[in-house]
Design a protein around this ligand. Structure first.
Ligand code: ACO
Length: 398
C-alpha cells in the first residue's frame, strides 16, 4: 500500500538482513547443519560416520554426485582426477613471476587465472550462445574434475616455488591426497592418512562465505575455475578461513600460559578479536573441533607438537574463555580453526601454506553446490540495499 516505503520493492516487501543472518538463498539437499546441537550431515550421513568409515575421495563423491561410490566409481573418479593433475607452462610462469616471499594467496589467484585462460570449457563458455554448463551434466562434471585438479596443482606449485623446491609430477598411482603431497615433495603415509580424515571435516559447510562467494559469481553462469578465484579470495579473509592462521599467530604472540588471561581481557575490552572462537551458525559446539583435538592427541608424540608450548596456550585459551561470562553470554565457543593450524604444523606444514591447504580441502563443497545449481532454474544473485540519505556527508579527500 505504500510503494514509496524504503522496505517496498517491485516484487513486494523487502527484507533488511545485514550479513544474511536469517536469509536462505538456495534450496539444497547436500549438507544439513544443526547449529544448536552441533551436528553436520552430508547427504543424510552423520559426519562422525563418514569420518570413521570413509576417505576423502568417497566423501567428495558423496557430496558432488549424491551417493557413496562403489569401488569402481571410486576408481573412475580417482583416475579422472589424477589425469587432470597437470602443470602447464603458462601456469608455472604465472606463479614464478612472483618473488617467492610474496603472499601465497596472490600466487594462487594468479595460478588459477592462468588455468582459466587455458581452460577449454571457459573459452567455449564465452564464445557460444547456448548454455555450456547449465543443464549439461557432462560438461559440468568434466569442469568439476578440472577445477579440483587445477586448485590442487596450483597450491602444490606455489608451495614448491616459495621454497625453491622442484615440483614433482604426479604418478597416476595412489590417492588424490597422496598425489597432492607428492607434487609438493611431501610424500608421507602418516600425513596422507591424517589428511584423508581431516579433509572430510572441511569438505563442505553449506553456505559458508567462500561457497556463497563462488555461487554468487556462478549465478551469472560464468565458469567454475573463475568462480573458484572468488571462493579463494573469501577463504583468505580473517573472519573466515584466514582465522586458522591468525589463531596460530595469536598463540605465538603470547609468551606463556600465564599471559592468557591478559589476552582474554584485551578481547573483552574489544581491542582484539579471539581467532578460532565464535561462529555464525554454531552456538554451542562446532562438531569438527572434537575430531581435530583427537587428531592432535594422536600427534602429541610427534616431536614438532610435543615440543611446542602453543598447544598448551590454545588449551588454556579455550579453558579460560569457556568459563568467562563474555563468551558464555554471547554463546561463543571454539571453532574448527582454533586447533587447525596446530595440527597442520604438527604434520610439517609451515604457516605460509596452511590457509591455502585448508582452502583446498574446502573446494569440493562449492563444486557440489555448483553442480546442484546447474540442475536448477538459473537465478541471478542480486541482493538489495536499504538506501538512506546521508545526513552529514563526509568532506572530500584532500
Ligand atoms: N572474539 C571476540 N568477540 C567476539 C568474537 C570473537 N571471536 N566473535 C564474536 N564476538 C562478539 C562480537 O563482538 C559481538 O559482541 P557484541 O554483542 O558486544 O557486539 C558478539 O560476540 C556477537 O558476534 P557477531 O559478530 O554477531 O557474531 P557473528 O555470527 O556475526 O560472527 C564470526 C561470527 C565472524 C565467526 C565471529 O565469531 C568471529 O569474528 N570469530 C573470529 C574469527 C574466526 O575464528 N573465524 C572462523 C570462523 S569458522 C570458519 O570460517 C572455518
Amino acid at each position: 500500500d505504500t510503494p514509496d516505503h524504503p522496505l517496498q520493492n517491485a516484487r513486494g516487501l523487502k527484507v533488511f538482513d545485514r550479513g544474511f543472518t536469517n536469509t536462505a538463498c538456495v534450496e539444497s539437499s547436500i549438507t544439513f547443519i544443526d547449529g544448536e546441537r552441533g551436528q553436520i550431515k552430508f547427504r543424510g550421513y552423520d559426519i562422525e560416520y563418514l569420518y570413521d568409515n570413509h576417505d576423502y575421495e568417497e566423501v567428495i563423491h558423496l557430496l558432488i554426485w549424491g551417493h557413496l561410490p562403489s569401488s569402481e566409481e571410486k576408481q573412475i573418479l580417482r583416475k579422472k582426477l589424477l589425469a587432470e593433475l597437470k602443470a602447464p607452462r603458462s601456469v608455472v610462469d604465472a606463479i614464478r613471476a612472483f618473488p617467492p616471499q610474496f603472499s601465497t594467496g596472490s600466487m594462487i589467484l594468479a595460478g588459477l587465472a592462468a588455468f582459466a585462460a587455458l581452460d577449454e570449457g571457459t573459452k567455449r563458455l564465452h564464445s557460444q550462445a547456448e548454455p555450456y554448463y547449465m543443464g549439461n551434466m557432462k560438461n559440468t562434471d568434466a569442469a568439476i574434475i578440472r577445477t579440483l585438479a587445477a586448485m590442487a596443482t596450483t597450491i602444490a606449485l606455489v608451495y614448491c616455488h616459495k621454497r625453491g623446491k622442484k615440483f614433482t609430477k604426479p604418478d597416476l598411482q595412489g590417492s588424490f591426497i597422496g598425489n597432492v603431497l607428492k607434487m609438493m615433495g611431501k610424500e608421507d603415509d602418516g600425513i596422507e592418512k591424517c589428511l584423508e580424515r581431516l579433509w572430510i571435516l572441511y569438505a563442505d559447510h553449506e553456505m559458508t562465505n567462500s561457497t556463497a562467494a563462488f555461487l554468487h559469481a556462478s549465478s551469472t553462469l560464468t565458469d567454475p575455475l573463475s568462480c573458484t578465484i572468488s571462493a579463494v579470495v573469501s577463504a583468505y579473509g580473517p573472519l573466515h578461513g584466514g582465522a586458522i592462521d591468525l589463531a596460530y599467530q595469536q598463540f605465538k604472540a603470547i609468551a606463556s600460559v600465564k599471559d592468557v588471561p591478559y589476552l582474554i581481557e584485551e578481547v573483552k575490552a574489544k581491542r582484539q578479536r579471539l581467532f578460532g572462537f565464535g561462529h555464525r551458525i554454531y552456538k554451542t559446539v562446532d562438531p569438527r573441533t572434537k575430531f581435530i583435538r583427537e587428531m592432535i592427541d594422536e600427534q602429541v608424540r610427534n616431536p614438532i607438537l610435543s615440543r611446542s608450548p602453543l598447544l598448551e596456550i590454545a588449551l588454556e585459551i579455550e579453558k579460560v574463555a569457556s568459563t568467562d561470562d563474555y563468551f558464555i553470554s554471547r554463546r561463543l565457543a571454539a571453532n574448527a580453526d582454533l586447533y587447525g593450524a596446530l595440527l597442520y604444523t604438527a604434520l610439517g606444514f609451515e604457516s605460509d601454506i596452511i590457509v591455502a591447504i585448508a582452502s583446498l580441502s574446502r573446494v569440493a563443497g562449492p563444486m557440489a553446490h555448483w553442480r546442484e545449481s546447474m540442475q536448477q532454474k538459473p537465478m541471478l544473485w542480486r541482493p538489495q540495499q536499504l538506501y538512506r540519505e546521508a545526513s552529514n556527508p563526509e568532506s572530500p579527500l584532500r
